[in-house]
Design a protein around this ligand. Sequence first.
Ligand code: PEP
Ligand code: MG
Length: 883
Amino acid sequence: TKWVYSFGDGKAEGASDMRNLLGGKGANLAEMANLGLPVPPGFTITTEVCTHYYKNGESYPDGLTDAVNAALAEVGRITGRGFGDGKAPLLVSVRSGARASMPGMMDTVLNLGLNDETVRALATDAQDERFAWDSYRRFITMYSSVVLGVEHHLFEEALEDYKERKDYHLDTELSAQDWQALIETFKRIVDKERGAPFPQDPQEQLWGAIGAVFGSWMTPRAIKYRELNAIPAEWGTAVNVQAMVFGNMGETSATGVAFTRNPSTGEKALYGEFLINAQGEDVVAGIRTPQDITEAARAASNSDKPSMEKAMPEAFAELVRIYGVLETHYRDMQDLEFTVEKGKLWMLQTRNGKRTARAALRIACDLVDEGVIAEEEAVTRVEPQALDQLLHPMIDPAAERDIIATGLPASPGAASGAIVFSSDAAEAAKKAGRKVILVRVETSPEDIHGMHAAEGILTTRGGMTSHAAVVARGMGKPCVSGAGSIRVDYKAATMTVMGRVFKEGEVITLDGGNGQVLAGEIAMLQPELSGDFGKLMGWADNLRRLKVRANAETERDAQMARNFGAEGIGLCRTEHMFFDAERIIAMREMILSDDEHGRRAALAKLLPMQRDDFTRLFAIMSGLPVTIRLLDPPLHEFLPHGDAEINDVARSLDVSPEKIRRRAAELHEVNPMLGFRGVRLAVAYPEIAEMQARAIFEAAIAAGKETGAKVSPEVMIPLVMSQPELDTVKARIEAVAEAVMGESGERIDYQIGTMIELPRAALRAGEIAASAEFFSFGTNDLTQTTLGISRDDAASFLGTYVQQGLLEHDPFVTIDQDGVGELVALAAERGRATRPDIKLGICGEHGGDPASIAFCEKQRLDYVSCSPYRVPIARLAAAQAAL
Ligand code: PEP
Ligand code: MG
């Protein structure tokens, strides 16, 4: 086995496609060397050594020492130096490099190879005493803390003590002699802490560093990170050993990082920072303010420090040349690290750069325009989830932010408005044409109207799944939740934070993308749905097979869904249409009725309202299918709670409060999600289903007449478990359809289908398909009923399960492919066996989750249906799944 791969001098044994063996950093260093770019020579110890190390009681494979020595000798040959040589010492950096970049692992040891002897040679060589001793003290601190486990602060304190004694303020005031004296102190610290002197033998230093990299693969932090990111421990890390180049050799030396395109906007312009006379760690440490790379960026930032373009024109020109070479080669935006040593530019790293959604979109489209990538590839370059950032207004990145508090980024987007502390105030303000932010300690179902009226919602309590967070996401409004540093005083109508008091009516801004609460109104960028976004979505649409529908019942949601490209409604939850103030009265009247006659009278009041709702939905979705689901939730959800409300309702319905209480007690269920709901309502109270069916068919005819809409209603029956059960309700619906058609003399094309939400329905799908023209997998309930985990009570233990690795992820977010997925596959297969052209879709939350969408593609479902804001995400995910 080959354990070590060399690179440098215009060639390399590795290449970028050997990432698994060489890690990301090693593979790209090899690739750059092969491209003839200036890379300091070095070598990579493979990830297989790491795997071997852990499989064999933390020991190295035979032959590794020889391979490392040979590679080191080659580096010496290229540089004209020798490792440990007293005249021309070779110094190296040692870095870890896994397949996926991994925080939590040992990062870097620089200047390795320095000792009491070689430091003098370095001084002579560089003709700079101070530089040499400074490098040595950096090495001792870094090596001791990273490899020997000596606490870093001990060195910092010694440095501070020394500066105090000498009355120095800045590190730059220390001379060569000062560093030399401090190094003696540092060595004493190491000796004391470690019980052994600082290693002087470069070989010992090197193997210590290599061991530390492998050791860091199994630190708790690294293990945790792998757990969270599903990185297998077997992957292992590689170790990169590379000849040092120095950015701190005076005014003609520098170190920096650059992106080949702007990572926040995507603009095609070299973007980055550098520091003259510094080593890499100085840029990261943020002690000195870095300088701009290009003159244009310097001018824009108004900096008085010269740009690299001005200060080092030759190195800059070389950087620009290399940037072109790398982009052409990798066909993507690169994130570079470089060092300039005495005027000569060296490349230390390149990788595909991280970017915002906005930048990802622009870069993907630009690369297609530039002829670098094909449309198909562009579609894979944008993370579907990231689109969420683009569908909402966002704060202008250039705007000043006066941050007053930070909570959780509960729902994306940004909004400004005047503070109100109650939902009624929010609604009144909205009616008066004012924009408001609803500020509450927390929200409850009674705040829905206020949340609707507000531009955004801020709560001081509650997490990412709090009522405010969930409802706001559904409404597509920005929400910051759990901003605990804010004190709300409802009585005084003020909120206080860090001594600042904000009164009702004062304007604040929420950034739901990062959880910030900002004072005043701030400039926003509106979502841009044409341009690059529209272009990329168009390419995605050409590539995908799955149709994308929306779960929507209000006009606003349906319209938004259509604007976002929905191809119909996959789930209209009719119960949501009954919570409105006027309708809930008729609904309650129906529920409180003693007999069918009373129920029909109440339902007759609801009929025209439902018909209106559906007529509008059909008109908006003209030409597209609309799936309407019959009433699903247990009836007691509609009854009032609490004495005050019960009394109110009793008065308006002219019944006794006792009657309401009695009926509520009758309807009370121990386990309502498995109780009197879904199709069971239609079986017991067929008049409800008949009213809804009549509303649907009359609306279909009305919409056709009034707006010319082409309508194809799909009537969907929830929570079915058997064919006879479905048939009972289906017969009623068909009878209503016939009646309505008879009365109007018009034909309607319609379908009747069912949801698959119970394991039994999935198992009996073969028979059910004989009666159902379509299946829609209700994977919220199907997950709940398959795993036996209540959707409403899962929060208390699900986190623990995910943390302990007992569940890979929340099964209500990403479909449990092995369990729930198997039922879906089986139902699809059995359904198709009976009815080959049966239409299959999914309308649970999973319909908007990219990983679940990939599963739906694998099962060749016909469509996914998700909330309106997820429609673009689903379109892109469906395209990626099809590729
Ligand atoms: C489902 O169960 O997946 C579904 C879409 O229905 P609901 O969420 O309304 O129960
Ligand atoms: Mg359901």
